[in-house]
Design a protein around this ligand. Structure first.
Ligand SMILES: O=C[C@H](O)[C@H](O)[C@H](O)COP(=O)(O)O
Length: 220
């Protein structure tokens, strides 16, 4: 049976519902996370509410009548569910294709378990074919771009885009990321960088991957 990418995203979103505990859940951003929010609406009576990783996610949650809770009120959560742009079998990810990486990293940090939901096109051996998004304070844009060139990347400003935090995104092309933990750490040292899209120091704990044969579960 042939299955579209959207159908695979829907299938993993549905499968992720099994990982939703009672209480407050952290919710990611993007097309796969949107399918998850739609599934969450069916079981909203079982949860106390959700912490949103973006304005767009908060709006979708509210539209479904799901209570949106401020992260500072939520405390530590059991689970965070989100998509990814690329993921390895070691559970390191590139995120931020939708520009929501900073709030995603913050909400993920407050959850005990990161459940990543992807279709099989996102699974890679080496991260970096998908340009690595980096959120940057606007005045530091040129400085940060020069530092990224020194690291072997080709940064491109995401034209006409401003993050929920009022910053810009540099999408870094041409990186072959053999040591994601080391690169994530190094990028964090560049002044003007708010957040980089490598989620490796705190990667996913579980990956639900949609395939035409069904949903596969990958763990570390
Ligand atoms: O900023 C966006 C997020 O990191 C998304 O999780 C990521 O871009 C994947 O999005 P999608 O599920 O639409 O492929």
């Amino acid at each position: 049976m042939s299955m579209s990418q959207d159908e695979m995203k829907q299938a993993v979103a549905r499968a992720a519902i099994e990982h939703v505990p009672a209480g407050i859940i952290g919710v990611g951003t993007g097309s796969t996370a949107n399918y998850f929010i739609d599934e969450l609406a069916h079981i909203k009576g079982r949860i106390d509410g959700a912490v949103a990783s973006s304005v767009a996610t908060a709006e979708r949650l509210k539209k479904h009548g799901i209570r949106v809770i401020d992260l500072n009120e939520a405390g530590e959560m059991e689970v965070y569910v989100d998509g990814a742009d690329e993921i390895t079998r070691h559970m390191a990810m590139i995120k931020g294709g939708g520009g929501a990486l900073t709030r995603e990293k913050i909400v993920a940090a407050c959850a005990k378990k990161f459940v990543c939901i992807v279709d099989q096109t996102k699974l890679v051996d080496v991260l970096g074919k998908f340009p690595l998004p980096i959120e940057v304070i606007p005045m530091a844009r040129s400085y940060v771009a020069r530092q990224l060139v020194k690291l072997g990347g080709n940064p491109v400003l995401r034209a006409g885009f401003t993050t929920d935090n009022g910053n810009v995104i540099l999408d870094v092309h041409g990186l072959n990321i053999l040591d994601p933990v080391a690169l994530e750490t190094e990028l964090n040292q560049i002044v003007g960088v708010v957040t980089n899209g490598l989620f490796a120091r705190r990667g996913a704990d579980v990956c639900l991957m949609g395939t035409p044969e069904g949903v596969q579960t990958l763990t570390r």
